[in-house]
Design a binder for this molecule. Sequence first.
Ligand code: DP6
Length: 401
Amino acid sequence: MASEQPLAAVTCTAPVNIAVIKYWGKRDEELVLPINSSLSVTLHQDQLKTTTTAVISKDFTEDRIWLNGREEDVGQPRLQACLREIRRLARKRRNAWDGDPLPSSLSCKVHVASVNNFPTAAGLASSAAGYACLAYTLARVYGVESDLSEVARRGSGSACRSLYGGFVEWQMGEQTDGKDSIARQVAPESHWPELRVLILVVSAEKKLTGSTVGMRASVETSALLRFRAESVVPTRMAEMTRCIQERDFPGFAQLTMKDSNQFHATCLDTFPPISYLNAVSWRIIHLVHRFNAHHGDTKVAYTFDAGPNAVIFTLDDTVAEFVAAVRHSFPPGSNGDAFLKGLQVRPAPLSAELQAALAMEPTTPGGVKYIIATQVGPGPQILDNPSAHLLGPDGLPKPAA
Ligand code: DP6
């Protein structure tokens, strides 16, 4: 038990992001430097977020971490890299000052607790929100004010994009030390208020090939990936930025789908091949294309990361009709009432014309487990209320954490 009050306790939250120009492949594994730039949309924390508390105290004898209430190995290399990096930045800042206003915090050990407000079992990417939140919270507890891309990136590449709200690019950079491989906001969350995001949770199973291992194999064996990084992504980054700036939904949607498809093509081009999409994912792809064809306009887009869950982009005037199409093609299992979570979507009828155009027999119930309806959201936040802390004054998880 601690005999003194902690030196500092900070609690922050951070969002999940979904890439519309995908990051796949590292040129430096140690520094987590990518072979191409990427661009993502930050999702709203009302639906998906990580909350992290960091406490430092002279009484702590070792660094410790609890994830979703369970103590985990603090020696894990990525976690260690984040801790080392934040302490290096804190030391640098202290040395730059004349005085020494943080005399003891640097020598202190830290206790960290982190929870997600969404089920980890859903197979939704939680590492980006998790490491962004860790970097952001540690920075506040150790008094670091510099760019945190490097700290978050060391945990998980895509995490640096969760440091900002709205639309965010991760510039690959050119330097070998990675100092110019940083995340930057392209447009704030208020920029495109009509944009909506639906997460179609397809499978709760743990994926066969993790991102780190998968992208290493792709870098080593896929000629298509090299071509993509060198000759496709630079043009797409500029085009995607334009679509976002001009709120050009059809342009944004088509490029999002093409880039997701090319990412999965590089997975198939990897040897031995990697496959993240399953039969339900493919049915969702067909559903989106038939829905768009019926309207004669690109009204909906899909994107898939390293797993079978689909993330759908659409505008608020189309959400209700698309949800009706999903409900028809993928009838809910026993959770009819809880099929749609998050933002309210008013029930809408499915016209006979659209139903015919979808040309799909409904699957057996439960192919899509549930939908989370959300929107674009802000970046990390500090929670001022001490009752938000997940760790008590003794530095141990509060019972509810
Ligand atoms: C398909 O950021 O999870 O989601 O840097 O090895 O931790 P590591 O990989 P990670 O990869 C994300 C890959 C992706 C595309 C993306 O988010 O850009």
